[in-house]
Design a binder for this molecule. Structure first.
Ligand code: SF4
Length: 239
C-alpha cells in the first residue's frame, strides 16, 4: 500500500455512506429543490436524452484523503445532471485534468459516476449540495447545508489541507473552522489565488475557481492550478 494511502476503516466508511444517503435525500431548501428539479425537466438541448440526477450532490474521493477541495455548489447541467461533483461541465474538465497531472486522479476526465475515476489522497466536495439559480445560494441555504460539509470534514480526519476553489469556498472554509472551534485569525484572511493561512490543524489554500470566466480569460492558467495542487501535496506530506 502506498505511504499516503490510508488503511480502510470500516466504521468511517460506513459513516460516510450514511452521510451520503442523508445528503442525497435532503429537501430542506424549497427554492433549491424546485430549481434542481425544474432544470432536470427543461434540460439543456445537448443533454435532452439524459435523465438528470436532480438531487443533492455528495462529496467524492478517497476516504483517506489528506487534501480536500471545496467548491461552491453543483452546476445545474453539470453535477446536477451527472450526480458527481464537478462532473459534466467545463469547470470539472479543467479541474480533473489538473488533478490527474498532479497525481491526485487516475484519469484526466470525469464524465459520469461510473467512468472509473478514482482519486488518491484527495476528496472533493462543495459548500452547498444543490444547484442554485445563478450559482447564488442565499445565506440561509448556505447555513442549512454547510453542516453536511462539517460532518464530512470530521469524518475525513486525515485532511490537513483545504483547497478553496473561489472566494465563496474560502469564506465557507473560514466558517467551518470557526464552527469547529478554531479561532478565526484576525484580521480576516483575504481570498486570493495562492493565499495560504493556517487555522488550527489545517491549512487553507486559495485557488481561483476553474470557471470558464477565469479559464477562458487567462485569469486562471493550467500552471497556476497545478502550482496550488502541488503545494497542497507538499503541505499534506503526500510527496
Ligand atoms: S442545499 Fe443542502 S440543505 Fe438545502 S436542500 Fe440541498 S442538500 Fe439540503
Amino acid at each position: 500500500m502506498p505511504a499516503h494511502r490510508a488503511a480502510p476503516r470500516p466504521g468511517r466508511d460506513r459513516a460516510l455512506a450514511t452521510l451520503e444517503r442523508e445528503v442525497v435525500g435532503c429537501r430542506r431548501c424549497p427554492r433549491l429543490v424546485a430549481w434542481r428539479e425544474q432544470v432536470a425537466q427543461t434540460k439543456r438541448a445537448a443533454f435532452a436524452q439524459q435523465t438528470y440526477w436532480a438531487r443533492p450532490v455528495p462529496g467524492f474521493g478517497d476516504p483517506g484523503a489528506r487534501v480536500m477541495l471545496l467548491g461552491l455548489a453543483p452546476a445545474a447541467h453539470g453535477a446536477n445532471r451527472t450526480g458527481r461533483i464537478f462532473t459534466g461541465d467545463r469547470s470539472g474538465d479543467w479541474l480533473f485534468a489538473a488533478l490527474w497531472r498532479t497525481g491526485f486522479a487516475n484519469q484526466p476526465q470525469s464524465l459520469a459516476r461510473d467512468d472509473g475515476l478514482r482519486l488518491r489522497g484527495c476528496w472533493i466536495t462543495a459548500a452547498v449540495r444543490c444547484a442554485p439559480p445563478a450559482n447564488r445560494p442565499t445565506p440561509q441555504e448556505r447555513d442549512r447545508c454547510l453542516p453536511y460539509t462539517a460532518r464530512e470534514l470530521e469524518l475525513l480526519d486525515g485532511v490537513s489541507v483545504l483547497v478553496c476553489l473561489g472566494a465563496y469556498a474560502w469564506d465557507a472554509a473560514l466558517r467551518l473552522a470557526a464552527a469547529g472551534g478554531d479561532d478565526r485569525p484576525r484580521p480576516r484572511p483575504r481570498f486570493g489565488h495562492g493565499a495560504e493561512v493556517r487555522i488550527g490543524a489545517r491549512t487553507l489554500l486559495g485557488c481561483f475557481h476553474p470557471s470558464q470566466q477565469n479559464t477562458f480569460t487567462g485569469v486562471l492558467t493550467e500552471e497556476m492550478t497545478d502550482a496550488v495542487l502541488r503545494h497542497a501535496r507538499e503541505l499534506a506530506g503526500l510527496d
